[in-house]
Design a protein around this ligand. Structure first.
Ligand code: FES
Length: 151
């Protein structure tokens, strides 16, 4: 049976689970047990700004784009709103949280062990054992400055 036919027999949900987990690199639990990223302590007192017209913010010009800064994943979601989450996964503390939009639904994910989170930090699977992802507040200030901060 060809791969495509095999995936079709599993249904869309199972196919997504099989393929999405490796879309961004299968870094953990692979043959050599090499895990990308590091275990990092959650930073405190997050409060910084980004110039939305600067080169570092170019990925925030498109809906679904994100950047990493100061251990924060800063996102322009599919609705065009800015959201921000900790880059530190609530599961085991690896700095591998990123943003993706499978099936046109924006989520945070960590591929070290497969945690998935809604944009409000709510776990979408059991990997993080119910621990939510830290979410930061965002605010667009004058002169296209985006503030990311702890509320
Ligand atoms: S550290 Fe992110 S899923 Fe385990």
């Amino acid at each position: 049976m060809e791969r495509k036919a095999f995936l079709k027999t599993l249904g869309a949900g199972a196919a997504f689970a099989l393929t999405f987990s490796c879309l961004h690199g299968c870094s953990s639990d692979s043959g050599d047990n090499e895990i990308e990223g590091e275990v990092v302590e959650e930073p405190t007192g997050i409060d910084f700004t980004i110039d939305l017209n600067s080169a570092e913010a170019v990925n925030l010009t498109s809906n679904g784009g994100f950047i990493l800064k100061d251990l924060v994943v800063i996102v322009k979601n599919l609705e065009g709103e800015f959201v921000a989450a900790s880059q530190i996964c609530s599961h085991e503390g690896y700095d591998q949280v990123r943003f993706a939009s499978p099936d046109n639904v924006g989520i945070f994910y960590c591929d070290v062990h497969g945690s998935r989170f809604a944009q409000d930090g709510t776990p979408l699977n059991s990997t993080s054992e119910g621990r939510p992802l830290k979410i930061y507040s965002t605010e667009v200030l004058a002169d296209d400055m985006l503030r990311i901060f702890e509320a």
